[in-house]
Design a protein around this ligand. Structure first.
Ligand code: NAD
Length: 251
């Protein structure tokens, strides 16, 4: 079903690769006007979108970006980083970096874009949709060596529900997506790293696959399809949810 986002204006962070890129592509394919950003502008090559370099940990840059774009219908907050290790591997610098990039970035983006989103939703008689990228490794599930990461992604779910609650009568919906293991460039890096300790990349890949009840990892496009649904008017009655998309990992 093409055209699900016809006439809508969307912003996607971390759109250079992986899930963010798949979301930007899917939004454009469904008819949205897409503003795609990434820390690395070069990674946005080839996207059917307005492209900008944006570091979501930079409040001034985020505010200027939002002011330049104005009213939007869809905000997809995708930027995130996986810290590997337990509490004993996580010093304060690592903790602060993870929370800044994975959680405070969403706070920045929502604060910057929300006022104009509310105005546009009222003018158009539709709802604005915020889609935040959480993870199965969050309040849904404790995953090994995902101490700081799981804490940030649980915070994303809390942030999502708080925004959904506060702006429900302003026609703003806010939902979180909780993917399991998804084949993205950074995941492939993690597989390679793990391979160094378990006897090769193939073995590491198998370990990830084995923990998936479905016997495979997910694809960015599968997560993007859920983002399209949440962004679209078909999800007009859906807000404050944290939806797993994980091949049964959190079953
Ligand atoms: P990725 O990690 O391969 O790519 C991340 C992108 O973010 C890169 O293009 C990078 O340039 C950009 N980026 C990094 N720092 C940035 C910053 N400060 N500002 C703006 N952009 C920045 O992508 P992925 O693995 O698809 O992950 C995307 C999101 O999905 C993350 O929030 C991640 O936590 C979440 N997630 C991923 C998986 C998975 O298995 N891949 C599972 C669950 C959740």
């Amino acid at each position: 079903m093409a055209g699900q986002l016809q006439g809508k204006i969307a912003v996607v962070t971390a759109a250079g690769q992986g899930i963010g890129r798949a979301i930007a592509e899917a939004f454009a394919a469904e008819g949205a006007t897409v503003h795609a950003s990434d820390l690395d502008l070069g990674k946005l090559d080839g996207l059917d979108a307005s492209k900008a370099e944006l570091d979501v940990t930079d409040t001034e840059a985020v505010d200027a970006y939002a002011a330049a774009i104005g009213g939007i219908d869809i905000l997809a907050n995708v930027a995130g980083f996986v810290h590997h290790g337990t509490v004993l591997d996580c010093d304060e610098k690592a903790w602060d970096f993870s929370f800044d990039l994975n959680v405070k970035s969403m706070h920045r983006m929502i604060r910057a874009f929300l006022p104009e989103m509310i105005t546009r939703a009222a003018a158009n008689g539709t709802s604005g949709s915020i889609v935040n990228m959480s993870s199965g490794a969050s309040s849904l599930k404790g995953a090994p060596n995902r101490y700081a990461y799981g804490a940030t992604k649980a915070a994303v779910i809390g942030l999502t529900k708080a925004v959904a609650q506060d702006f429900i009568r302003s026609n703003i919906r806010c939902n979180a997506i909780c993917p399991g293991t998804i084949e993205s460039p950074s995941w492939l890096d993690r597989v390679e790293q793990l391979g160094k300790t378990v006897g090769g990349t193939d073995k590491a890949m198998q370990l990830f696959v084995d923990r998936q009840p479905m016997g495979r990892v997910g694809k960015p496009a599968e997560v993007a399809a859920l983002a399209v649904y949440l962004a679209s008017d078909a999800a007009a009655f859906t807000t404050g949810t944290a939806i797993p998309i994980d091949g049964g990992w959190t079953l």
